[in-house]
Every structure is written in C-alpha cells, then in structure tokens.
Design a binder for this molecule. Structure first.
Ligand code: WTA
Length: 640
C-alpha cells in the first residue's frame, strides 16, 4: 500500500500546509478519495464554531473496518496486523494477520448481534491489553455500535458514572487483567459498578486470568462460549454496516475542569481520515515496518495509534500487555529486540522512569531495528529528550514530539520524522490543516516582534477532520468547554510558546486540569472524591512538578476532628479517592490545614496554593485580597 499523501520533504510539507489553509475542503477531499467509500460524500465540509457544528464528508457512506481490514486482504491478508506481547515474557505471544483479525472481528460482531447489540447502541469496553480488546472495538465499529472504552485503572464508581452518562446497555470485559506483578479483577469491578444499574442488559466476559468471577444468570455470558456458537455455525464473515461519515464511531471520557468527565464523541469519516493521515506522515510509516505504541487502548493514543491509524494504513501494530519495569526495567528494550520494532512511541513519564534505573537495563540490548522514536501526552524535558535520543535512538532516530488531545482525535502539532526539523522539547510545527494561534486572556491573537518568542493560550481557528463533534448527551457542555472562551476558536486549555520559526512549545494546561504521568485528571474531580470522605470538610487540589510523573497531585485538606491520627486519615483519604476515581488519581501529598486561602467572595486562591506546593513560598504575589491572610502563614509552615 502506498500513501500518495505522504509528505517526503520540508518543501512538500510547506506546500501541503499552504494548500490546506487556502482550501481545506479541497485538501482533505483529495486525501479522502484514497479510502474505501460505499458512496461518495455530498459536502466535504460544513462548519461554524458558534453552535458548534462540524461536518466532514457528510452524506459519504463507509465503514471504518472495511478500511482497516477488508481493503488490505487482497495484498496483505497474511501479513501481521496485530502482534501481541503478553505481560509475562515466557508466555506465548500471538500474531493476528489481517485475514485472521477480519475473521475474529466478524465473528465477534455476530456475538454482539446475537446478544442484542444494534447500530447506535453504546457498548462499554473494560478490558486489559489483549487482542480481544482490539477485536471488541472493531466488532462494534463493524455493526455500527458506539464503543466507549474505559481504562482498566478506573474504579467501579467511575465506570458506573460513565455507563449512566452513555446509557450503555452492553459491557465487554475480562475476568481479570495482568499488569506487571499485579492482576486486576476487572469483572469484580464491573459487578460493583452494576449494583443498582438498570440499563445494562448483557455483560460479555473474556477469559484472561481465570480468577473466580460471579456470572449472573441472564446477564453475564462468556466470550469464548459465545464465539464457539458462531464458529460452530461456520460463520467467518459479516457484512459491514453502512455508516454515514458523521455517524458516531466512539465515545471516550476525559477529564476537564469540572468535576464530571466528558464523553468526547468522534465520528466515522473524519476520524478515520485524520488518524491515518497523521500516522502515515508523523511516523513516516513505510510498508512492513513494526510500529509499537506503548499506550493503553483505554486512552485516545491507543485508539488512534494502536488500532485505527495503523490498521487503516495496513501497518503492523504491536500491542503490549505489560509495563516497562516488569519483570525488570529492560522490558521495553527486550520487546523492541524481539519484534524488531522500527517505530517506538511512548510517554515522557515512561522515559523518565527508565532513566531512573540508569544504563544497566540497556546492556546487551541491540535496538538496531529502531528508526523512529516518538513521545506523547505531556511536555518532554530536555534531559529526558537527550537520554531517549542517545540511549534508545543511538542518535540516529528522529524523535517526534507529538502534541494533541482526546478531543482532537489525532496528532496536531509535531515534527514529521526525518522530514521537518525537530527541536528538543518543542512539538514544533502544526500538521497540514491546523490553523493554530496564540491568544492573550482577552482572546486577542498575539504575534512576535522580530525574532522574539511569544507566549499565549493555544487555540485553533478552523476545524480539522477529527475534531470532537460533541460531548455525549450535552452539546452545550461541548460549546462551553471548548468554543465559548474565545469566539470562533477551539480553545485547547493549553498554554504555549511560539518561536520566530513558528515552532510551538507546549508549556502545560492553563485550566484546572492536571497531567499526571501523561494522564489527564481534573482537580475538581479529585476534590470531589476527597470530599466524599466522611471526615473531610473541604479540600483544594493543585499540581506540582514531579521528577518522574511530570506533575504530582498536592491536596490541602481541612479535616474534622481533634487529635486525629493523621497517618491513618491520609490513608483513608487515599482509599476514598481510589474507590471514587481509581488509583491513578491518588494525591502524592496531603497536607492537613485549618483553613484555605479564600477571597472575600469565597473563591479559593489556587494560585497561592500552587506556589506553595511548587515550593515558591517566598514569592506568593498579592495576598491582600484574602479574607484571612494568616491562613497562608500556617499553610506555608506546614508544607510537605
Ligand atoms: C498534554 C493525549 C506537551 C496537553 C494525546 C494536552 C502534551 C493533554 C503533549 C491532552 C506534548 C499531550 N507536549 N503536552 N507532546 N501531548 N499533552 O487528552 O496538556 O490524554 O492538553 O491526550 O496532554 O491529554 P489527552
């Protein structure tokens, strides 16, 4: 498969960029014609950012799985589509060729249908990183059901909230999941999530760890038994459901500045075109290369760069069940050598954590197959960038620093590997189609004088094909969150710098969203969870720089009761957060305080709390508007 739209030089990039800005519809229509459509679209682009309303390729009929699977069968039916490395290095690995994957997807699509799933129904998927997760996703897409994958680290309460928000009637899960030395009882968590739930009709349980599970009659069925029925009937294929380009493909929940995660909705046509285009261009994918994205499919990175991007490009995508540090800190390098990985895409947190183990885990590793490296999810510091460049890439692999968000569907700012210039810790240039800009607090675009670097809030002035269409069940929320801060612009929530060459460096969130180990967590969500604890009166959560995680979570908590056992109370709070959100949202530091710095109108002055958490206690700025400035002294003295 060749990619006629793959950019081959910096000049070609500039030309493509220019074209994409002058006539976005013509630019993307030109790319879209290289995909499989049942019927061509009526209008390429229709949009306004006030409602907001964005439609790409409206009237076009397609099924994304025909583009990810069927269209590759003739030329590469026997080529691996998915390679799978299990958690334990001595367990058998698995290879699914394009033909095998298509067959499994079709069979599981029948299983879904047999269990009552119809086009448009929401299917919640809560599984570990096994091939069946990719199969379940694609099977939903095959029949037009809307998948909503929930990361395996989220708690029962989080799942329950998401099930309710999406009004999901179906769940696909596993008995358990292996992750490093741990095994996670996924089905038990689902059982807890379903207490009191009246909407879910069917739970399909795939076997992985075979820990004891309670299978409820009339509700729960085994994946393997259901598949066997289909296989025994000799069924190996299912006709793909014809979808409109603007029909929803999936919902993925993500954190924002309010207490409740939002269900970001992506649609079939635009998402497909953009994940493919960005995959092929950013990673400069060449036929036969092995692409290893270490993200979990529970996050957008896994959706776009393990499943849809690579498969729509006919690539070989490696899926890894385990973690980088188990059984030892050389695991990534072993996996790279075992599969002769060419493209390696991971998070700065993983790099920093491996740096902490020194160079010993790299001894004896070959790594000569590596050609391109990538990072995603958070700013990469220069030290980690150079370590990655020297030790993984041996200074011969371009590193792509890819900036994007769940709401974007695919990579928006990044160098194109080996094609456009890179600059350590800078995401660099926007991809074609992306009209980025920086604005000040009043929404006025800022421009540099001469050779200066400017800073501002990062916004986008026009839609690209995989921009979110809505937040599920609440369009107004989508408008308020992304399109209301600055008129006629999509606001990313990130701050950035732009240098004289037009390169962008992302400096981090400017809203109340934290980025912990590359995972997005809203401070309000964590506060809500802490406040659920019976002893907590009030809390305020901020981020602080953390050597490995990028950001750590610092919680200031007012606790009820004299003479409490602080150590125990902290543990109870952590347990509460684990119950309400999941272990990923546990505060790294908890400081008990008797009051919080508030303005006279009762607003918590987070700026001050952030400064204290960052250790800048002598530089707190103006505190004169505080109701009780004395409280700041106490907090400063008690800092941990
Ligand atoms: C941050 C992950 C700096 C950013 C794909 C964004 C980054 C949030 C980068 C989205 C990067 C992502 N450099 N920051 N290369 N990539 N971010 O939705 O703050 O999980 O807003 O999507 O991660 O996180 P999300």
């Amino acid at each position: 498969m060749s990619y006629p739209y793959q950019i081959k030089s910096f000049d070609e990039y500039k030309e493509a960029y220019q074209k994409s800005i002058e006539d976005p519809a013509a630019f993307w229509a030109d790319i879209a014609q290289h995909f499989t459509w049942r019927k061509k679209w009526d209008t390429t682009l229709n949009w306004n950012f006030t409602e907001p309303k964005v439609e790409w390729f409206k009237g076009g009929k397609l099924n994304i799985t025909e583009n990810c699977l069927d269209r590759h069968i003739a030329t590469k039916g026997n080529q691996p589509a998915l390679l799978w490395e299990p958690n334990a290095p001595d367990e058998h690995n698995r290879t699914l060729t394009y033909s095998m994957l298509l067959e499994k997807v079709c069979q599981f699509a029948h299983v879904l249908k047999n269990n009552g799933v119809k086009k448009g129904d929401r299917v919640c998927i809560y599984m570990g990183m096994i091939p069946e997760l990719a199969i379940a996703i694609l099977a939903c897409a095959r029949i037009g059901a809307i998948h909503s994958v929930v990361f395996g680290g989220f708690s029962a309460q989080s799942i329950s909230d998401r099930l309710q928000d999406a009004q999901a009637e179906f769940i696909v899960t596993c008995d358990g999941a292996y992750r490093g030395a741990k095994d996670i009882p996924l089905k038990n968590v689902i059982d807890d999530a379903l207490i009191g739930n009246k909407t879910v009709k069917r739970v399909i349980v795939c076997t992985r760890t075979r820990i004891p599970v309670s299978m409820i009659k009339g509700r729960d069925v085994w994946w393997e038994e259901e598949m066997k029925l289909v296989e025994e009937a000799g069924i190996t294929f299912i006709e793909a459901e014809e979808m409109d380009a603007e029909d929803p493909l999936f919902i993925l929940y993500t954190s924002g500045s309010t207490g409740k995660p939002k269900g970001v909705v992506h649609t079939c046509g635009g998402y497909m075109i953009y994940t493919n285009y960005s995959f092929v261009n950013v990673f400069q994918y060449k036929e036969g290369q092995v692409h290893f994205c270490t993200a979990d499919i529970g996050w957008i990175t896994g959706h776009s760069y393990i499943v849809y991007g690579p498969l729509s490009a006919g690539a070989i995508s490696l899926m890894f069940e385990g973690v980088p540090t188990w059984p030892n800190a050389g695991r990534f390098w072993d996996v790279i050598d075992k599969y002769k990985v060419n493209i390696f895409y991971t998070a700065p947190t993983a790099i920093r954590s491996l740096m902490g183990f020194g160079l010993e885990p790299l001894q004896g590793k070959n790594l000569s197959s590596l050609q391109i490296l990538g990072t995603v999810g958070e700013p990469i510091n220069e030290e980690a960038w150079h370590w990655y460049d020297e030790n993984a890439g041996k200074k011969k692999c371009p590193i792509v620093d890819t900036w994007w968000q769940t709401e974007n569907g695919g990579i928006l700012i990044s160098n194109l590997a080996g094609i456009t210039p890179s600059k350590p810790s800078w995401a660099t240039l926007p991809l074609p189609g992306l009209q980025m800009t920086l604005v000040d607090e009043n929404g006025k675009e800022v421009f540099a004088e001469g050779d200066e670097t400017v800073s501002g809030n990062l916004c986008i002035k026009a839609p690209w094909p995989s921009i979110l269409r809505t937040t599920y069940g609440d369009h107004e929320r989508c408008r308020l969150n992304y399109f209301a801060t600055y008129p006629n612009m999509y606001f990313t929530g990130d701050g950035a710098l732009r240098d004289k060459d037009g390169f962008y460096r992302i400096t981090g969130r400017v809203d109340d969203v934290l980025n912990v180990s590359g995972h997005r967590i809203g401070t309000a969500e964590v506060e809500n969870a802490i406040n659920m604890h019976a002893g907590v009166v009030e809390s305020a959560v901020v981020g602080y720089p953390h050597d490995i995680k990028g950001q750590g979570i610092y919680a200031y908590v007012i606790f009820n009761g004299k003479g409490i056992n602080e150590a125990l109370a902290k543990k109870d709070i952590l347990q509460t957060v684990t119950r309400i959100i999941g272990a990923i949202a546990k505060p790294d530091k908890i400081q008990f305080v008797s009051g919080l710095p508030k303005t006279r109108s009762g607003k918590i002055m987070r700026r001050i709390l952030r400064k204290i958490a960052e250790g800048e206690i002598n530089n707190l700025g103006d505190t004169s508007t505080l109701l009780d400035p004395g409280v700041v002294e106490e907090i400063k003295n008690g800092k941990i």
